[in-house]
Design a protein around this ligand. Structure first.
Ligand code: ZN
Length: 120
């Protein structure tokens, strides 16, 4: 059974991503893919961010590339930005065949919410 690609809007870092994800997912700050985490207070910041990044990579591997192939996009660059009190992981993706690039955004504000203020 072939599943239709879905536009991913929100996912918990412990949750299994859908098998096929539209490459239109998370293409702007306003439509960023929201990552959530049910982690106890005091959770190690590096560890929880790493878990979130692993989830982001898993999502990219399940994304239908702009050219139509599953998991085809390469990650060219990864960075973290802050905008209006929210934190985002930004991934720059590239189709190795057609060469076109695009950017996807993950809202990781919730993931980092338990991290003590002085560590941020
Ligand atoms: Zn491609």
């Amino acid at each position: 059974m072939t599943k239709e690609p879905v536009v991913l809007k929100r996912i918990d870092i412990e949750e299994e991503p859908p098998e096929k994800i539209c490459h239109e997912s998370g293409t702007s700050l306003e439509n960023a893919i929201v990552l959530t985490a049910n982690q106890p207070p005091g959770t190690n910041k590096m560890l929880i961010h790493l878990t979130a990044i692993q989830k982001e990579y898993q999502i990219v591997h399940r994304m239908i590339c702009a050219c139509g192939k599953l998991g085809h996009a390469q990650i060219m660059m990864q960075m973290m930005i802050e905008k209006q009190g929210k934190k985002y992981d930004v991934l720059k993706l590239r189709c190795p065949e057609k060469g076109n690039t695009w950017t996807i955004y993950f809202d990781i504000t919730d993931v980092l919410k338990h991290v003590p203020q002085e560590e941020q």
